[in-house]
Design a protein around this ligand. Structure first.
Ligand SMILES: Nc1ncnc2c1ncn2[C@@H]1O[C@H](COP(=O)(O)OP(=O)(O)OP(=O)(O)O)[C@@H](O)[C@H]1O
Length: 256
């Protein structure tokens, strides 16, 4: 494992007693965890464990109803999502946010330009455009340069996932949050996802929600397991499945 201990620097994400209720439902309860800068953290757990809700509290879509969240030492508990993005948070979504009808290069270009809507007509790339060069460099990093001129609606699930991760990376985040990157991928597409995740910059902090144990354990430095809104286990990938609670969740029929 890579050393992620750095006592001088604040953690990339520091959660203290974070909770989120929806009416009387405690979707997330009392979550305290610190993710070091440059660490790759997987968050595992059965359906309804609170993973997505936790993600949404980190990204500001649903602020926590209790507790605090800091990003590189700055309290962001009540900060709006767009301000978090400006401070270095990036994400992908479970459902695709690609612009169908545009090709891969155009999608990446819009992401580099920070566009959240398809307004490419106002923004046609010009020759020598720095953002265009950056879009192409992102494609290379995602191993999709050969797909630049293809409409994203013609791509396979796995290729679309590569474009989505590329779009999140195009904003040059310091913390990248991936919401179930393996969801919908065939067994044959998973090794490519693993290669892409392994090839991400080492200084990028990665937080990965994942149902697929193999993808999670391969790509994480540290694994957090949630159940019923709470953290029930935290350990190294090589040791997490020895945990009695984790064995019960994943071998006792709680996993899908
Ligand atoms: N916007 C909402 N309004 C009301 N309840 C919600 C809302 N979002 C999530 N919940 C509830 O919070 C609990 C945790 O759900 P969440 O989606 O965070 O779990 P999860 O671990 O991400 O599950 P999955 O793996 O199925 O995505 C569930 O009981 C869910 O029904």
């Amino acid at each position: 494992m890579r050393s992620v201990q750095n006592t001088a620097a604040p953690p990339a994400l520091d959660l203290r007693a974070v909770g989120r209720t929806f009416g009387s439902l405690r979707a997330v309860a009392d979550v305290t965890l610190a993710i070091a800068s440059g660490e790759r953290r997987a968050i595992l757990g059965p359906n309804g464990a609170g993973k997505t809700t936790l993600f949404n509290t980190l990204l500001g879509d649903f602020p926590p109803t209790s507790g605090t969240i800091s990003l590189f030492g700055e309290d962001i508990t009540r900060m709006r999502p767009q301000h978090r993005i400006r401070r270095g948070m990036g994400r992908t979504y479970q459902t695709s946010l690609l612009f169908d009808g545009l090709n891969v290069e155009e999608n990446l270009y819009l992401a580099v330009r920070g566009m959240r809507t398809n307004r490419l007509s106002l923004l046609r790339p010009r020759r020598g455009d720095v953002a265009l060069a950056q879009a192409r460099a992102t494609a290379e990093r995602m191993r999709i340069s050969h797909l630049l001129s293809r409409d994203v609606s013609d791509l396979s699930h796995g290729q679309r996932r590569q474009v989505e991760i590329g779009m999140a990376l195009a904003a040059e985040p310091k913390v990248l949050m991936l919401d179930e990157p393996a969801a919908g991928l065939s067994a044959a597409e998973r090794p490519e996802l693993n290669r892409i995740l392994a090839g991400l910059p080492r200084d990028l902090t990665l937080v990965l929600i994942e149902h697929d144990m193999d993808v999670a354990l391969r790509n994480a430095d540290m694994v957090t397991v949630m159940k019923d809104g709470r953290v029930v286990a935290e350990d190294l990938p090589g040791r997490i499945s020895d945990n009695a609670v984790v064995r019960e969740i994943y071998l006792g029929g709680g996993h899908h």
